[in-house]
Design a protein around this ligand. Structure first.
Ligand code: GLN
Length: 256
């Protein structure tokens, strides 16, 4: 299963400080992940990094393993941002390997990533997909379960749902349509990160400067990493030096 991470903070850090430099960085998790729970062995079907620039999110995505991209490894040392999301992909069997299928997906000021699989794809999701406008289906980022979940989430947001409620609603509907699905979702708007842990690994930690990092696997052995219990919704907002970050972890059922 893919690995992903997101960070929000009050002060900029380099992409490399999260994605490539830590002892168990996302780069390491692309070839030596430690908690895949039976979902594949490596994450070599592409990668993506999205970071907040002066006006909007920027995306760098490739359908090659991260470790083969020397230019990305160089760029990551030179780009600074307060908010980023990154993912390394292990394509689910039957789904295309392409740059467009690599998270993060970007739209409407948000980034999105999905670590997991929708069981019974695509048949199991036909009824939920039919609730979307035809144009949303014609413009899916890719013919993957993740891209459909992203479209379902945006439809809920367009209908006026709050971000955390929209994420919880998509997870609940998908688990009804496709029981046993693995649904670790990650959404960021630059100030907050909303994440779910449904049958996959997730941890988070706060930093002294008010930043919060959420990641499939802890990026280093620091004891302040906190595992997120299965079946949870995490909402994290960054703080400042004198203002600790606000992180809540609640059972998903209560957020429907
Ligand atoms: N099912 C998604 C895809 O194929 C996510 C894969 C994963 O988490 N390994 O892109």
């Amino acid at each position: 299963m893919c690995r992903h991470l997101a960070r929000v903070g009050p002060t900029p850090v380099t992409l490399a400080s999260l994605v490539t430099e830590p002892e168990h960085s996302l780069l390491v998790q692309s070839y030596a992940p430690s908690d895949m729970r039976g979902g594949g062995t490596v994450n070599a079907d592409g990668f993506g990094v999205g970071w907040l620039g002066p006006a909007d999110w920027h995306l760098y995505r490739r359908d090659d393993p991260m470790w083969t991209d020397a230019s990305f490894l160089d760029l990551a040392r030179g780009v600074e941002t307060t908010a980023l999301m990154a993912a390394v992909r292990s394509a689910t069997v039957g789904m295309p390997v392409s740059t467009a299928a690599c998270a993060p997906f970007r739209a409407d000021g948000l980034l999105f990533s999905h670590n997991g699989v929708v069981r019974g794809w695509p048949d199991s999701m036909a009824d939920l997909a039919a609730t979307l406008p035809a144009l949303d289906l014609l413009t899916l980022d890719a013919a993957t379960d993740s891209a459909l979940l992203w479209a379902l989430l945006r439809a809920r947001l367009a209908a006026g749902k709050d971000l955390a409620d929209a994420v919880a609603g998509v997870v609940a509907d998908t688990l009804v349509a496709a029981p046993g699905s693995r649904l670790n979702l990650l959404v960021g708007d630059g100030e907050q990160v909303v994440a779910t842990a449904v049958d996959h690994a997730l941890s988070y930690r706060t930093h002294a400067d008010g930043a919060v990092t959420v990641a499939s696997e802890p990026l280093d052995p620091d004891p302040t990493w906190i595992p997120v219990p299965d079946g949870s919704l995490l909402v994290a907002r960054h703080g400042g030096v004198h203002d600790p970050p606000a992180v809540t972890v609640s059972p998903l059922e209560t957020r429907r």
